[in-house]
Design a protein around this ligand. Structure first.
Ligand code: SF4
Length: 296
């Protein structure tokens, strides 16, 4: 198979591209997404939330080629046998490309690793993890213009379907390429530059450009509802190609109206009476969770 833009052999199919043209196709897609949604501009300080997986490394690489002020932040939840491996990959990647990396941990910030919390309390791992991770990303991104995450189109289609299946319009409204319903002082703007890049495209970019990562899944992932939705969507996509893109396009079509209606219903964002960080409630979910994990 030939590249659709030159005579070289295609290394990617759908659309057929050689390495050089695939790279320009992929990077242009990210550039278009950045521009279309006004995600970041020249001179912005960009913090990339990284895990060490292919999505975050590809995002870090693409953004650091385009913007001079890109740094990386990773969260160590304290999941034995998992995070050590991904952080080893991350450290060597950032060292190779001269990118500043900071790692912040649950143990240092909340007093306990996720493993210890799960051994002491009956609680869903992803619930604790999600609340604490969001808190740390926002806390440690103060002073940056944006925080970028590596969510790709597959992740987004899954999140949209999950929120539809849970009948959760307020969470659905937050699934845009620029997260959140409205801007709030103290909450760093969160962007998803890989919004229109499929997982297959991200994987291809990572392989073709020697972005090496070790495939290792969090041991708690089997409990994630997302996994079930992911498998179902993959089945539908295999029989009806383009399904994921249509889900994302449908969402973008209604997201303006959805944000407007959910924004009206959303309460005023004030400050948590315990930690002082932005919160819609008197005490934020992170402080409530900290109280719960410290209780006897
Ligand atoms: Fe955290 Fe759950 Fe993801 Fe594991 S699968 S890293 S516990 S959110």
């Amino acid at each position: 198979m030939r590249c659709q833009d030159c005579d070289r052999t295609a290394v990617f199919s759908g659309p057929a591209y050689c390495k050089e043209h695939f790279n320009s196709y992929f990077e242009s897609k990210v550039d278009d997404t950045l521009a279309r949604f006004g995600m970041a501009g020249e001179g912005d300080r960009i913090l990339v939330a990284v895990s060490g997986g292919k999505d975050s490394l590809v995002l870090l690489r693409v953004l650091s080629r385009k913007f001079p002020n890109v740094e990386a932040l990773s969260v160590d939840e304290g999941i034995a046998g998992y995070r050590e491996v991904t952080h080893e990959v991350l450290r060597s990647f950032c060292q190779e490309w001269g990118i500043t990396l900071r790692i912040v941990g649950f143990k240092e910030e909340f007093g306990k690793t996720l493993d210890v919390i799960l051994s002491e309390k009956q609680v869903k791992p992803c619930t604790v993890c999600g609340i604490f991770r969001r808190t740390l990303l926002n806390r440690h991104s103060q002073g940056y213009d944006v925080i970028a995450t590596g969510h790709n189109m597959d992740d987004t289609a899954q999140a949209i379907m999950m929120n539809l299946l849970k009948n959760s319009p307020s969470l659905l409204a937050r699934q845009g390429p620029v997260s959140g319903i409205r801007s709030v002082a103290g909450l760093t703007k969160r962007i998803k530059p890989l919004y229109y890049c499929s997982e297959k495209e991200v994987m291809a970019y990572s392989i073709l450009n020697g972005i090496v990562t070790k495939f290792i899944e969090c041991p708690n992932v089997s409990e994630a509802y997302r996994l079930k939705v992911r498998d179902q969507l993959n089945r539908i996509e295999a029989s009806r190609p383009g399904t994921k893109r249509r889900i994302v396009d449908w969402f973008i079509g209604i997201s303006g109206r959805l944000k407007e209606s959910e924004g009206k219903d959303a309460g005023r964002i004030g400050s948590c009476s315990v930690c002082g960080e932005p919160s819609a409630n008197a005490v934020c979910s992170s402080c409530k969770m900290q109280e719960f994990i410290s209780s006897p």
